[in-house]
Write a protein that binds this ligand. Structure first.
Ligand code: LCS
Length: 393
């Protein structure tokens, strides 16, 4: 595919070609666990790494369906190649396990998805890896915390659930200077609004469960980076077994075909909902990167071409009032996950981030009054009307 194709065209076409066997227009779903070889010699060449191609579903590049998903994502992120996983967490675990060893130091955002926090704070540390959770929105803090043995700098921006933004270009530069790898969890923004590799990051990853799949019907993950980096993950990929199912890979391809359309609508709706909430007398505060009131609005404008569909806000009356709101919504679903076509509402302190201690939550700003909205692609008037009636007590 020509380099200069626009993003919408890439969403629809990148990585795909008519099936050479029967001419099927859409990418076939290779629902198979194993592959038949033409000869014992060919099998030996494939397993010996002398010939590319497919062997067994757990072994990269898994199946031709997975390969198309990787190519589409690589085109969208502007990266060389990648690897799919059974979940976003599997993708993060594989990056950490393949790049870090005993005595290495990891710098991470202090606000990250709760399982990322647990993986870093409770699991990696068991293997002698040192972890520092840092307010990465403050470049001085990052500078103060990187050390000689820092091997990996992990950024989640916008961060789940505070929507804190950090400067990908500046921090990637700092990481490069000390020989550390910069990794960005781009789940909230998607490559439609933010392309970390173009900003200087080494690796980008997604929970494919969210905007990539887009319809709340699958679990998946994907990592994009340079060929050498992806190769360096291969042993962990092939032996850990956190393999994406072929059907999920196929659903991700289908989801990506409309990523550009969905993201435009998510962002347009989120801006309208954020403005509605900011003006509402029962709302204490709103965090949406597109609002001038967001503390890192300027950085967001610099590195994002749009502000996606995630909002967090505090309600007057704290958690009791928040519960009342969540119990009163009718159109919005009270559910975790995010990035689906339908609007989801949840309470981070008692739901997504309940596994993070209250002390840590308070320190990093995951307050008890915080409600998180994943704004869907419905008509914005209807989402706002639902929130308005739910707040009317
Ligand atoms: N990264 C981010 C930023 C996430 O929000 C999540 C999941 C993950 C990684 C992990 O992805 P998974 O393994 O679930 O595919 N976030 C969730 C959330 O906020 N609610 O439920 C899941």
């Amino acid at each position: 595919m020509k380099k200069e194709m626009k993003v919408g065209t890439l969403c629809v076409h990148a990585g795909e070609a008519p099936d050479p066997l029967y001419g099927a227009h859409t990418t076939p779903l290779y629902q198979t666990s194993t592959f038949v070889f033409e000869s014992a010699e060919q099998a030996a060449a494939r397993f010996g790494g002398k010939e590319g191609g497919y062997t067994y579903i757990r072994v990269a590049p898994n199946t031709p369906t997975h390969a198309v998903f990787v190519q589409k994502m690589a085109a969208l992120e502007g990266g060389e190649t990648g690897q799919t996983f059974s979940s976003g967490m599997a993708a993060i675990a594989a990056i950490a396990l393949s790049q870090l060893e005993k005595g290495d130091h990891l710098v991470s955002n202090d606000v990250v998805y709760s399982s990322t926090y647990s993986l870093f704070s409770s699991i990696l540390t068991k293997f002698g890896i040192e972890v520092s959770f840092v307010d990465t929105s403050d470049l001085e803090e990052v500078k103060k915390n990187v050390k000689k043995n820092t091997k990996l700098v992990f950024l989640e921006t916008p961060a789940n659930p505070t929507m804190t933004i950090c400067d990908i270009a500046e921090i990637s530069k700092m990481a490069r200077e000390i020989g550390a790898l910069s990794v960005v969890d781009n789940t909230f923004a998607t490559p439609y609004f933010q392309r970390p590799l173009q900003l200087g990051a080494d690796v980008v990853l997604h929970s494919g469960t969210k905007y990539i799949g887009g319809h709340a019907d699958l679990l998946g993950g994907v990592v994009i980076g340079r060929r050498g980096f992806v190769k360096s993950m291969r042993s962990v990929v092939n032996n850990m077994g956190a393999t994406l199912g072929p059907h999920e890979a196929w659903l991700c391809i289908r989801g990506l075909k409309t990523l550009h359309l969905r993201m435009e609508q998510h962002a347009r709706n989120a801006m309208e909902v954020a403005q509605f909430l900011e003006a509402h007398p029962k709302i204490e505060w709103v965090r949406y990167p597109g609002l001038p009131s967001h503390p890192q609005h300027e950085i967001a404008k610099k590195q994002m071409s749009g502000f996606s569909g995630m909002i967090s806000f505090g309600i007057k009356g704290g958690i009791e009032a928040g519960r009342k709101l969540m119990n009163r919504v009718e159109l919005c679903s009270l559910a975790v996950s995010l990035g689906s076509v339908d609007t989801l509402i949840q309470h981070p302190a008692s739901m997504t981030h309940a596994s993070v201690s209250r002390e840590v939550r308070m320190k990093v700003g995951i307050t008890d009054d915080m409600v998180r909205l994943s704004v869907g692609v419905e008509d914005s008037e209807d989402i706002i009307a639902d929130l308005d009636q739910a707040l009317n007590w």
